[in-house]
Design a protein around this ligand. Sequence first.
Ligand code: IMP
Length: 390
Amino acid sequence: MPAVIILGTHWGDEGKGKGTDLFSENADITVKFNGGNNAGHSVVIGNKKFALHSLPSGVLRKGVINYITNGAVINIEEIIKEIDKLNSDPKINISPKNLKISNQAHIVTNENVAEDKKDKKIGTTGKGIGPTYSNKAKRIGIRTTDLDKENTLKKYITNTTQLLNDDIKKNKKIIFEGGQGTMLDLDHGTYPFVTSSNTIAGGVCTGAGIAPKHIKKVIGIMKAYTTRVGEGPFPTELTKETEINNFLVKNGQEFGVTTGRERRCGWFDGVIGKFSVMVNGIEEILLTKIDILTGLEKIKLCHAYKINEKIYNVYPNNTKEFELAKPLYYEFEGWDEKIKGLTDYNKLPKNAIHYIKAIEDLVECKINFIGTGPERKEIICLKEPKSIFV
Ligand code: IMP
């Protein structure tokens, strides 16, 4: 039963590209089950940076089969452009042999994009995601199965539900890559400031036609501080243009891969981290970007909120209340030692270890992988990445 879900624990941009790339080395299959080209995963291999929007990250690995299943939405022009761009790299070869798109996935039309671009409230990516899922729910959407025979995408379209379930029977190692992040989930996130799909682990079952019994494990990708793009409540947000905010934006290169927007930055929100571990059933964490915090004098960690004089150490599950949340912090001494590129846990500064352990305690989950830079090799593994499948 080697099917593993990898997803973001906060509002997206946790470094899922790095995570899925790390684990896909040992995978047979990677699957995108929600969202569309609103997503943006960046993967750095050597001195090359690849940006993935519509495609699962396994397309960068030889021998990995990639699925885009029914729960995802497809912008035909954009996905073709992405395939062509990647195929211009001599090491990449995307074809119907290694890319399979569901015949039930809905198509993002030009009208959907135009409608989404009018959004002034949510701060969407403007990629037509909300209007496409609305049409799906209204049962007036267009699906890939409706494409005419001449369409360039047609050769990729197939019954992914059957193929994936056949693969499960054959014991293939499968990674489901969550798009966006837990708090952008249509049901469980900070509604209405969410995306229009189910981003949590449960979304895999409906989004790919997989029975819950086949899911072996959920891995959470968690960033060592918290960011958000678009509108909506964010209790630990730092004030723009302050020294610490600028430090995180600049050192962490906190600009959206899809829109280029500067991300809102804040201290790590441990209440959300804990909520995310709970709703997704996360059993292991990959903590990313700890190297970015090097040089800060003090580091804060939000462990609870005060809302109308009441203390909450769990997510209040009500956006109106959440908008009033004032974060309560633990404060830690920072460190000056360089972390970037470390692969040995014992070489981490003592204060960084202290901070990592505090996150583990707060979110009630083990951190087994620690990202120390954007490159494929910049990672501390406390266990073998391939062990996630057993
Ligand atoms: P939409 O998904 O374009 O409808 O945007 C809805 C909300 O989700 C906005 O706040 C976006 O900024 C956010 N969002 C969508 N995709 C991503 C992503 O991949 N990373 C981070 N935020 C995202």
